[in-house]
Design a protein around this ligand. Structure first.
Ligand SMILES: Nc1ncnc2c1ncn2[C@@H]1O[C@H](COP(=O)(O)OP(=O)(O)OP(=O)(O)O)[C@@H](O)[C@H]1O
Length: 328
C-alpha cells in the first residue's frame, strides 16, 4: 500500500536549513495498521504531508495506494483519506450538511452525498448529532466527524496525524475503537502518527520509530519491546547512599544499564521480581535502607531509550537526560 524510498525533506527558513526528514524507507502492506512514533519535531507530520501529496519531497520516491507520488499526485489523492491535526470544518454548518458538502466537493450528486452522509453518520456513532452545528461538538465528536469527512470517497488507505492528541482518556479509547473498526469492517489500511506509547502499543500491528528525521527502529510492539533486555527496576534510597546502592545493584546476577538519579537507582535484570530479595539482603548488609522499589516490564519508552539514549517523554520536552549518569 505504501512503498517509500529515501524520502527526504529539507526546509530553508531565514538562511537556515532544517533537515526535517533525512531519507526514510517505509513499507506498509494492505490491511496493516502501522504507527509512526516519535517525539515532537521528529519528522512525523512532514513525512505524512509528503505521503499525502501536501508537501513535495526534496529527495526520494514513493508509491502510495498503487500510484506514483511524484508523477500522479492527483491519483494518490483520490485513493487516500487524511485526518489532519485540527482539520478545518465550517462552524455554521450542521454535521450532516458538512459531510454532504464534502461529498459534493468530491463530485457526488446531492442524493448520493446525502445517503453516503447518513451511512457515515451511523458508522461513526454521530446519529444524535447530525443536526448539531459543527462548532458545538466536543473534541472526540469533532475527531469522529473528521474521520467521517476523510471517508467520504471510500479510500483504501487512511492517514491519521495524531488522532487522539488533546482528548480525554475515555474519548481516546472510544476513538481507538472506531479506528480498529475501520480496519475490521472495511479492510482499510491505516497509517497513524502518534507520540503516545500506549496508543501505538495497543492499536498498531507494526511501529516505525522516528527520531531526528530518521527511522531508528521498526517492528511489532512486542518485538520492539523484546529488544530491551530484561525488566526495569527502580529503587529509592537516601541521596547519600545512591552511589553505594548502584554498586550493589551492579553486582547482581545479570544486572546491566545501571543509572542513578536524585535518590534513585535504576537498572535492568532478566527477572526483576526474583532479584529483589537478594538485593534487599545485600543492601541491608551494607546498612543501606531502601525507601521504595518498582519493577516494570519493558515499554515502548524503554525501546526508545535503548535506541536513542533518551526517554521519549524527555525527548518530547526537548530535554536531554541530565540526571542519568552511567556507573556500570
Ligand atoms: N515549514 C517548515 N519550515 C521550517 N521548518 C519546519 C517546517 N515544518 C517543519 N519544520 C521542522 O522540521 C522538523 C520536523 O517537524 P515535524 O512537524 O515533521 O515533526 P513531528 O514529528 O510531526 O512533530 P509534532 O509531534 O510536534 O507534530 C522540526 O524541526 C520542525 O521545526
Amino acid at each position: 500500500m505504501i512503498k517509500a524510498r529515501g524520502l527526504a525533506r529539507t526546509f530553508t527558513a531565514r538562511g537556515h536549513s532544517v533537515e526535517a526528514v533525512k531519507g526514510v524507507d517505509i513499507d506498509v502492506a494492505e490491511g496493516e495498521l502501522v504507527g509512526f512514533l516519535g517525539p515532537n519535531g521528529a519528522g512525523k507530520t512532514t513525512t505524512l504531508r509528503m505521503l499525502t501529496t501536501l508537501l513535495r519531497p526534496t529527495a526520494g520516491e514513493a508509491q502510495v495506494a498503487g500510484r506514483d507520488l511524484l508523477a500522479d499526485p492527483v491519483g494518490v489523492r483520490r485513493q487516500i483519506g487524511y485526518v489532519a491535526q485540527g482539520g478545518g470544518v465550517t462552524p455554521e454548518l450542521k454535521v450532516l450538511e458538512e459531510i454532504e458538502l464534502q461529498g459534493r466537493l468530491y463530485g457526488m450528486s446531492k442524493a448520493d452525498a446525502h445517503s453516503r452522509g447518513r451511512d457515515l453518520i451511523a458508522q461513526l456513532d454521530l446519529e444524535n448529532l447530525d443536526q448539531r452545528l459543527t462548532k458545538t461538538l466536543s473534541g472526540g465528536q469533532r475527531r469522529r466527524l473528521d474521520i467521517a469527512l476523510s471517508l467520504i470517497h471510500d479510500p483504501k488507505l487512511i492517514f491519521f496525524d495524531e488522532p487522539t492528541t488533546g482528548l480525554d482518556p475515555q474519548s481516546r479509547a472510544n476513538l481507538w475503537e472506531h479506528i480498529r473498526r475501520l480496519r475490521a469492517d472495511h479492510g482499510v489500511t491505516l497509517f497513524l502518527t502518534t507520540h503516545y506509547l500506549d496508543e501505538a502499543d495497543s492499536l498498531c500491528d507494526r511501529i516505525l520509530v522516528i527520531d531526528n528525521g530518521r527511522i531508528v527502529a521498526e517492528g511489532s510492539p512486542d518485538s520492539l519491546k523484546a529488544r530491551v533486555s530484561g525488566d526495569g527496576v527502580t529503587i529509592g534510597v537516601a541521596p547519600e547512599f545512591v552511589v553505594a546502592a548502584a554498586e550493589v545493584a551492579g553486582r547482581l546476577d545479570g544486572a546491566h544499564e545501571v543509572t542513578t538519579g536524585e535518590g534513585v537507582v535504576r537498572f535492568r535484570v532478566p527477572r526483576g521480581d526474583t532479584v529483589l530479595p537478594e538485593l534487599l539482603r545485600r543492601l541491608d548488609a551494607d546498612g543501606i535502607a531502601m525507601t521504595s522499589m518498582q519493577v516494570h516490564r519493558p515499554t515502548l519508552d524503554d525501546v526508545f531509550l535503548t535506541l536513542t539514549g533518551r526517554s521519549l517523554r524527555d525527548a518530547e520536552q526537548t530535554q536531554s537526560h541530565p540526571e542519568a549518569a552511567h556507573v556500570a
